[in-house]
Structure formats: C-alpha cells, structure tokens
Design a protein around this ligand. Structure first.
Ligand code: NAP
Length: 271
C-alpha cells in the first residue's frame, strides 16, 4: 500500500499517517514495528522517554526495508535540553541509525527555559546531517513565537488533537506559520469511539469508528499517529487513506468537541 504524503516547510515529504509507539514496551516494540512496516506504515514515532528506541531500532533493522523508505521520528526530553547532541547521539545508537528524519523538542517546559537554546542546537544538528528535519511538540503559540529569532520555523508541531479536543487555537497558529500538525492521541485513546455520530458515519461508509476519526484527521490536513498493539487494528488504522468524508460528516464530527484534553496535562511537564 502506498502512503499519502504531506510536504513540510523544508521541502521534505512525510507519510501522512504514522505508527505511534508510546506505551509499547521495549520488548514488544521490535515485533510491533515490524508488524506495522509489514502492514505498510512507513512512518514510526518514538521518543527517548518511551524507553523503546532499542526495540524500535531492531524492528526497523530487521524489516528488510531500505532505510530511506522509513520516516523515523524521535524526541528530545526536558532533562536533556542542555545537551541535545549527546541525547541525539544516544538515541541514534539505540535506534541503530545514522540520522533521524525528524527530531522534536518533546515539551517546551518554559519554567526550565531552555527550549529556545535547545532549538538553536537542533538547527546545528540538522546542519551536521544527524537529523533531516526539526520540529517541536506541545508548543503553544507563545512558545512558537519565541523561536522566531532563530530564523528557522519548525516543520512540525506534534500536539494532542482528536474530535473531542480539536485544539483549534494551537493548530491555527501552526498553520499560520506554515507548520504541519501531527496529532497524538488521535483516537482519543479509544475512549469516545462509541459515539452514535461516529457509528452512524461508520456504518454508512462500511468503516469502523476509528477509521472515521482517522479520516477526519486526514480531511483537515493533520498527520495522525495512532498507536495499537493489536495487529488487526494496526492494519485497520492505515487502511483509511481512501476514505472520503462528506462535508456534513466532517461537520458532525466537529460537533463532538468538548474542549477537554484526555492525554498529557501540560501542567505535568511545563513546570
Ligand atoms: N508528543 C507527545 O507528548 C505525545 C504524547 C502522547 C502520545 N504521543 C504519540 O502519539 C501516539 C498515539 O497516542 P496514544 O497512544 O496516546 O493514543 P491513541 O493512538 O489515540 O490511542 C491508543 C489506544 O487506542 C486503541 N486503539 C488503537 N486503534 C484502535 C482501533 N482501530 N479501534 C479501537 N481502539 C483502537 C489502542 O488499543 P490497543 O493498543 O490495545 O489496540 C490504545 O489503547 C503515541 O503512541 C505516541 O507515539 C506523543
């Protein structure tokens, strides 16, 4: 299956759906990453803090696919913001890679106040060829604005977004600066998939509720990163690229917004 691609503001392409690996234990991640790659994913999202880069790296290495066919993202954790090159070197060793396609600052942590300095370091890592594209995660508009002095706009801002928490203010700021939005928790961790609105659209399209939600992300130009440890769902979540939602379906899904986050609370990490 060929993957839809989005184009980032540095000209590189990124597959429009990624396989998320948070909460995938290291010991299981090799098999699940291989399962995802066999199902057709070409975009894998991990992070140092997920403690599964070794298993993810084995899954990539043993997939038999050429390195350049797989888009790999990892992330710089808050406690490493003083030494991004050291952190990336460790991640690359664990992943068995010479470079990652995308390196993200995981959280801005404004009270630590190192994210602008870390951003300058990511620009240097890109110049050294250790990362191809650079971006951020969990950045609010004011954090994005604080990077403007660097002269380099992030390619990606990875944030929580799903129908019940559409995160409109942040995504509007991303779009205004030419930053693509990656959505974590794209299925709302599976908590709202029983909505009658989703079920109605799903039965009409002969799809599942999860596929309807992922098609909603694609209709908005977002890049969802669904995680599943279940082989049938891994396949199902990629098999959405041909689903076209009608305008009235998109409007009905938009109406499910409650404004409540269900994933990480920024207060936990932004201190
Ligand atoms: N940047 C950040 O701060 C940040 C934060 C959180 C997450 N992330 C990234 O985003 C990825 C996705 O987020 P997430 O894992 O929190 O949430 P998610 O993808 O919205 O939800 C995962 C949950 O949904 C279930 N699920 C998956 N596919 C399904 C389907 N087709 N039907 C029904 N249930 C389904 C999974 O169950 P099973 O596994 O049992 O199938 C799992 O319990 C993460 O893995 C990670 O890569 C980034």
């Amino acid at each position: 299956m060929s993957n839809l691609l989005s184009v980032m503001n540095d000209g590189y392409e990124i597959p429009s759906i990624g396989y998320g690996t948070w909460m995938v234990p290291d010991a299981e991640s090799e098999a699940l990453v291989r399962e995802a790659l066999e199902a057709g994913y070409r975009h894998i999202d991990t992070a140092m803090i997920y403690e599964n880069e070794v298993g993810v790296g084995k899954g990539i290495a043993r997939s038999g696919l050429p390195r350049e066919e797989i888009f790999v993202t990892t992330k710089l954790w808050i406690t490493d913001m003083n030494d991004p090159q050291g952190a990336l070197t460790t991640s690359l060793r664990k992943l068995q890679l010479d470079y990652v396609d995308l390196y993200l600052i995981h959280w801005p942590a404004p009270k630590v106040n190192l994210y602008a300095k870390a951003w300058d370091a990511l620009i240097e890592l890109r110049e050294k060829g250790l990362v191809r594209s650079i971006g951020v995660s969990n950045f609010n508009p004011e954090h994005l604005d604080a990077l403007k002095g660097s002269g380099v706009t992030p390619c990606i801002n990875q944030v929580e977004a799903h129908p019940s928490f559409p995160n409109t203010e942040v995504i509007t700021a991303n779009t205004a600066q030419g930053i693509l939005t990656e959505c974590y928790c794209p299925l709302g961790r599976g908590k709202y998939l029983t909505s009658p609105v989703l079920s109605g659209i799903a039965s009409h399209l002969d799809a599942t509720e999860a596929q309807v939600v992922l098609a909603w992300h694609l209709s908005k130009g977002y890049i969802p990163l669904p995680k599943s440890a279940t082989p049938a769902r891994i396949k199902e979540n990629l098999d959405v690229q041909k689903i076209e939602l009608a305008d009235e379906d998109i409007a009905a899904i938009d109406s499910l917004a409650t404004g409540r986050k269900i994933c990480a609370d920024p207060a936990d990490f932004n201190g």
